[in-house]
Design a protein around this ligand. Structure first.
Ligand code: C2E
Ligand code: MG
Ligand code: MG
Length: 306
């Protein structure tokens, strides 16, 4: 165990019990970001940020119960033919009085409070329901990738739950892909590995998200039971600059040798798209081709089954 302490003083940092607690909480959050046992005294600059964070954390519970979340679907394309190959589901919080809240604002809050477990399950179910609805409309459905947080794997039954849920929806497991980030894989390796293996054996795709941002460990690439490598936007953005190209090419050669598909993320220009394809990326995703779409717009890209 280690302890993080936030200290606030009356009346300088708050003139009511609630205000004082909020200030102490802000200082405690700052303390948590420092290594080891830490004590931090409140400073006025900490107030605003932590006020909104606290507020988001408190509102999330009700939002999950009311299901105030919607998924948008960003298309992915085969690099060579530019044919649609699937979607990535991206969550948005339609928060009454606030409009659309971006996942970067509330996913970290949900992870901090543990609410990500309930939220994550809700989002996987939303994706399954969407696939079922598209199929009922007579559309030829394509795989949907869902981002899964490391903390969802704290529940050792996640893989079994997901497979049972897909079967309840009458869906082939190959229609769902999970995207995990490197940090997820590293810090929870013992929990993550067997569950990913179980999912992949059942036919669920497993993508390694944001490759190139963290350690990008080559050992992990070999050990993780993944089917797809997603190259982070920061690797794609400088293309076709030669040094950046060399890094992308090396990643693609390695992925190819391991039998993985490679998605270039955040493709914004035709020059980037052509370079990514030439260097070995098998799939493209990004605003050049399509941004995240509402479900109706995504459905319009799917082909009617004869
Ligand atoms: P990510 O999984 O790497 O998703 C890609 C992000 O890049 C999305 O941002 C997408 O809108 C954005 N993007 C797509 N194409 C372009 C482009 O051409 N240029 C630029 N600049 N950006 C592009 P978004 O939707 O804000 O999501 C951000 C992150 O939030 C995601 O990164 C993912 O880590 C997390 N996230 C989103 N949805 C979920 C979810 O359902 N569950 C969990 N656990 N995390 C989620
Ligand atoms: Mg992703
Ligand atoms: Mg990514």
């Amino acid at each position: 165990m280690h302890m993080s302490v936030g200290v606030a003083r009356f009346p300088a940092h708050g003139d009511s019990g609630a205000a004082l607690l909020r200030a102490a909480d802000a200082a405690m959050h700052r303390a948590k970001h420092q290594a080891g046992a830490t004590v931090v005294l409140f400073e006025p600059g900490m107030a605003n940020r932590s006020g909104t964070l606290l507020e988001i954390e408190q509102a999330l519970g009700a939002a999950i119960e009311q299901c105030e979340f919607v998924l948008e679907y960003q298309p992915k394309f085969v690099a060579r033919s530019r044919e649609l190959s699937g979607f990535e589901a991206l969550v948005r919080w339609q928060r009454p009085g606030f409009g659309r809240v971006s996942p970067v604002e509330f996913i970290p809050a949900a992870e901090r409070t543990g609410q990500i477990v309930a939220l994550g399950a809700l989002l996987l179910r939303l994706a399954a329901q969407q696939l079922r609805r598209w199929r009922a409309q007579g559309l030829a459905v394509l795989p949907v990738a869902v981002n899964v947080s490391p903390l969802q794997f704290e529940d050792a039954g996640l893989a079994d739950w997901l497979l049972a849920m897909l079967s309840d929806h009458g869906l082939d497991p190959a229609l769902i892909e999970v995207e995990i980030t490197e940090t997820a894989a590293i810090t929870h390796m013992d929990r993550v590995l067997p569950q990913l293996a179980r999912l992949r054996d059942a036919g669920v795709g497993v993508a390694f998200d944001d490759f190139g941002t963290g350690q990008s460990s080559l050992t992990l690439l070999r050990r993780l039971p993944i089917t797809t490598l997603k190259l982070d936007r920061s690797m794609i953005e400088p293309l076709p600059e030669p040094a950046a190209g060399a890094v992308v090419r090396a990643a693609c050669v390695l992925a190819d040798a391991l039998g993985l598909a490679v998605v270039a993320e955040g493709v914004e220009t035709e020059a980037q798209a052509q370079a990514a394809e030439r260097l070995g990326c098998t799939h493209l995703q990004g605003r050049l081709l399509a941004g995240p779409l509402a479900s109706e717009a995504a459905a319009a890209l799917l082909v009617k089954q004869p």
